[in-house]
Design a protein around this ligand. Structure first.
Ligand SMILES: NC(=O)c1ccc[n+]([C@@H]2O[C@H](COP(=O)([O-])OP(=O)(O)OC[C@H]3O[C@@H](n4cnc5c(N)ncnc54)[C@H](O)[C@@H]3O)[C@@H](O)[C@H]2O)c1
Ligand SMILES: [Fe+2]
Length: 434
């Protein structure tokens, strides 16, 4: 990227950083049990809702108790369960039609990031009937209060239950893009680990690595605050201590609960301090090939951490120390290398590949263009890259061959083990620094 472009990006990011204290960020009210949702609706005198979910989640019976609970108190519930992974504009328009037809007054999002994002933009379309979804792309294009939105994450996860983002795919153009607006932050987030107990291994793995990517990209970026650093550190520590446990034993309630907490904390961190190119590229791969979001992030993350090199070394080292991966006195160079090695080790352990097989050479220029447009000037990444430089990253992610990842991890630091040594640890949200 040339110097003028770099200056433009950094000035733009500086302006947003300066505005951070006055921006209307808020957090959803947290409920710990799905069964408390009907009470909230009754209190608000709502008698009809739209439940937005997907067939996988509904097919497992996860929404059953809620549907029954609503019925018992006389709240009508229309169900839209056709959300696909990488939700589309078509999903949103169908859900919106059902909302209007059923006379719903509130939306319950029940599922992973796909269901939650579909529900968010459905709400946006309800209050902005004349604005098509593609015109909501980018920053602050909604600016209107949504119908009551309650989010129940069933993966841990995207953090969408607390973020101002929704990521939508235009299946016609194969373009996947984020919509960011404060009005998209749900009013309630239901962090009930019971709904995550049956999450299959590979989804536990990839969604957990998505949460880690949120924490890491927010932390190594240049627009952090005391609060977002704290949230990213806590999320990383919780993931270090719990992801492997949740992966090994899905029924481990403590690990599941801590992973939900981690995803939430990481969501707060990146909502205010942004993600980076890992996400920009992951979105392009989701749009072009339907590569699952968490899987793409998990594969891409170590490539960027290595590419950023010394520009993120100090911060990665701090994360490694806070998480307890290395002793406090470990040098920055060794601690950062240990962190990257841990990410690779986790990927390997959880059978996440080292490359994205779907990438085709001829698609790279268009995807890199989309990724650059998403990332620049907004994302305060440690090292700025333009589309041409991002193209080289796609080449690496595509070309890397089995075995190379662990061979070239660099400066000799080793993670002693992947297994976290400490027991689980809970964060008291109210105790965090402001
Ligand atoms: N809005 C945000 O802030 C934000 C942040 C990150 C990612 N995202 C977006 O979220 C989407 C990805 O969401 P995701 O990773 O949560 O996956 P997902 O919502 O696409 O779900 C993946 C699969 O997991 C299944 N599933 C979900 N919960 C389950 C459970 N408890 N038990 C069994 N199966 C279950 C679903 O049926 C689905 O088949 C992407 O589109 C991504 O871009 C949004
Ligand atoms: Fe993500």
């Amino acid at each position: 990227m040339n110097l003028l472009q770099k200056i433009y990006c950094r000035v733009f990011q500086g302006a947003f950083r300066a505005a951070l204290p006055v921006l209307p960020y808020r957090e959803p009210e947290i409920l710990r049990r799905v069964k408390d949702i009907p009470k909230v609706l009754l209190r608000k005198q709502i008698d009809a809702v739209l439940l937005v979910t997907d067939q996988g989640v509904r097919g497992l019976g996860l929404t059953q108790r809620l549907e029954k609970g609503l019925e018992e108190v006389g709240i009508r519930c229309a169900v839209y369960d056709k959300v696909v992974a990488n939700p589309t504009i078509h999903n949103i328009e169908e859900a919106r039609a059902l909302y209007l037809k059923s006379g719903a007054q509130a939306i319950i999002a029940f599922g992973g990031g796909s269901a939650m994002d579909c529900a968010k933009v459905t709400g946006a379309r309800i209050v902005k009937p004349k604005k098509p979804v593609h015109k909501m792309k980018g920053l602050l294009r909604i600016r209107k209060r949504l119908p009551l939105l309650i989010a129940v994450p069933t993966t841990a996860g995207t953090g969408s239950e607390t973020t101002l983002a929704a990521v939508i795919t235009d299946s016609g153009t194969k373009h996947k893009y984020p919509i960011n607006d404060f009005s998209l932050i749900p009013r309630y987030a239901v962090l009930d680990y019971h709904v995550t107990l049956g999450l299959p291994k590979h989804i536990t793995a990839t969604t957990g690595m998505d949460a880690l990517t949120h924490a890491v990209e927010a932390y190594i970026g240049r627009s952090t605050t005391k609060e977002t650093r704290f949230m990213a550190e806590q999320a990383t520590k919780l993931i270090y201590e719990n992801l492997k446990k949740a992966y090994d034993d899905g029924k481990n309630a403590e690990a599941r609960e801590n992973m939900l907490q981690a995803a939430y904390c990481a969501g707060i961190a990146f909502s205010r301090s942004y993600v980076g190119y890992v996400h920009a590229i992951a979105h392009s791969l989701g749009g072009q090939y339907g590569v699952p979001h968490g899987l793409a992030n998990a594969v891409i993350l170590p490539y960027f951490l290595e590419e950023y090199g010394s520009a993120c070394q100090k911060k990665l080292a701090r994360l490694a120390r806070v998480a307890g991966m290395v002793p406090r006195y470990t040098s920055d160079r060794r601690a950062a290398a240990a962190f990257i090695q841990w990410v690779k080790d986790m990927n390997k352990y959880m059978e996440i590949p080292e490359t994205i097989k779907e990438i085709r050479e001829e698609d790279i220029p268009a995807m890199a263009k989309h990724a650059a447009a998403e990332g620049n000037p907004l994302y305060p990444v440690p090292v700025l890259m333009d589309a041409a430089e991002l193209e080289k990253m796609y080449e690496k992610i595509m070309e890397k061959r089995e075995g190379k990842a662990n061979a070239d991890s660099g400066n000799g630091a080793k993670t002693e083990n992947v297994l976290p040594k400490r027991k689980t640890h809970y964060i008291v949200l109210s105790k965090r620094s402001a």
